[in-house]
Design a protein around this ligand. Structure first.
Ligand code: FAD
Length: 395
């Protein structure tokens, strides 16, 4: 007998949750499931600001995929997807190809640079384990360089572009890290500048103004300088030029100003808005009912037809719903409409400090930081149970 072939592209939040739910629900001979991912580990993007700043370890932010899946039920293929041929039901990998009956696209997002000249070439982005290991080493290297070329104070200026969630979280961590780097490299802390630049009228859009103000106060106290309502007009190898004409000289620009869907999805001919596929109520691409799209590659609208911002929380819930609908499709049962249930958001501001809204309640400071830890632990438990929680707590 032939069984349907399901291929899942990407093992981030959306893809791994689809795989885990499918392996729980499907019997051994109900489907052939293949999970494809660039790396042999799943990484938690929501932790990456810590290893990027050097306040956390990159291994804390990743888990080996084979520890999470049942290899009797899911074939894992470590490879890079280069093309999606949705109508031909074929995936081209860097080293081969796969055919499918059902496809789940969960390839995540990439940085949106809004066509700002030089940003693609000269900025660093917090996107993967490899990128954050590079950022961490790059920052350390600037301190070492400065000691050999003390006239180059720009080595000690760190620019973060975008004061949204990621920019704020990263700046909070880096502000915690700088005093330690100063000690290690015998640098006067007064010489180090950390500048957070935001084009919009406020930091942390989407958070209540009271929480955004609190976040800015905490970061300012740690030494962060804010330039709000100031767009970056150009990024160069030696810094950024701002819309008001000012130039900030720096050898380090970390861009956290925007996210778009994976370009492969656009190239595959799906109808997209900034690389995100507008899916139907069952998470399927329009006119391609055998293709499901979840996470940062998808666009789901909520009340008043407003798109939900791409978050891990959304990707996780979509992964679970997608698995449910795949099982229903295979068994000839009715699919279920996807309904996002937002539990809230918590943004960390460095050690022991955070802000958040959880289940409609506002949290600030230490309490919010504890919330953030609990959310992280809950996720580890959901994908790997108690053993994974314990292993990560030991790292
Ligand atoms: P991802 O988790 O990005 O996974 C995509 C996977 O696809 C990766 O494993 C990648 O390696 C793989 N892949 C990509 N291209 C290819 C290819 N060509 N071939 C094979 N494999 C490929 N959201 C929250 O809800 N809360 C937070 O606190 C939060 N904090 C964040 C902090 C940072 C620093 C960042 C960058 C994001 C944060 N987010 C947060 C957003 C959240 O991380 C994303 O919305 C989420 O990761 C989307 O999940 P996904 O499954 O779509 O993609």
């Amino acid at each position: 007998i032939t069984v349907p072939k399901i291929v899942i592209l990407g093992a981030g939040y959306g893809g791994i949750m689809t795989a885990i739910k499918l392996q729980k629900e499907l019997g051994y001979n109900e489907a052939n499931v293949t999970l494809v991912n660039k790396h042999d580990y799943h990484y938690m993007t929501t932790h990456l600001h810590m290893p990027a700043a050097g306040t956390g370890n990159a291994d804390q932010a990743r888990v080996s995929i084979t520890r999470l899946i049942d290899e009797f039920k899911i074939d894992f293929v470590k490879s890079t997807v280069v093309q999606i041929k949705a109508n031909e039901r074929k995936i081209i990998l860097e080293d081969g190809s796969l055919s499918f009956d059902y496809l789940v696209v969960a390839l995540g997002g990439e940085a949106e640079t809004f066509g700002i000249p030089g940003l693609q070439q000269h900025s660093l982005r917090i996107r993967s384990i490899n990128s954050v290991r590079f950022i961490r080493e790059h920052i350390r290297y600037q301190f070492a360089r400065y000691k050999l070329e003390p006239e180059r104070s720009d080595y000690l200026t760190f620019v973060v572009g975008g004061a949204g969630f990621t920019g704020i979280e990263f700046a909070g961590e880096l502000a915690d890290r700088i005093p330690k780097l100063c000690k290690q490299f015998d640098v006067d802390p007064k010489l180090v500048k950390l500048v957070l630049i935001e084009a919009g009228p406020t930091a942390l859009p989407g958070f209540a103004p009271e929480l955004a103000d609190y976040a800015m106060k905490v970061l300012a106290h740690k030494g962060v300088t804010f330039k709000i309502g100031t767009a970056i007009r150009e990024c160069r190898a030696d810094g950024v030029v701002l819309a008001d004409g000012e130039t900030v000289k720096s050898a380090t620009v970390i861009w956290t100003g925007g996210i778009r869907g994976n370009r492969l999805v656009e190239q595959a001919g799906f109808e997209t808005v900034r690389g995100r596929v507008k899916v139907d109520a069952f998470l399927r691409a329009q006119e391609k009912e055998h293709v499901y799209v979840v996470g940062d590659c998808s666009l789901v609208t909520g009340p008043q037809d407003k798109p939900y911002p791409p978050t891990a929380q959304l990707a996780i819930q979509q992964g679970a719903a997608c698995a449910f609908n795949l099982v229903a499709a295979i068994r000839g049962e009715a699919p279920r409409e996807f309904k996002f249930s937002g539990k809230g958001v918590v943004a960390s501001l460095g050690k022991g400090e955070a802000i958040g809204i959880v289940l409609g309640k506002t949290y600030k400071g230490g309490k919010a930081a504890v919330m953030k830890k609990l959310i992280d632990l809950r996720y580890l438990y959901a994908i790997g149970g108690i053993p994974l929680v314990l292993r990560k707590m030991r790292l």
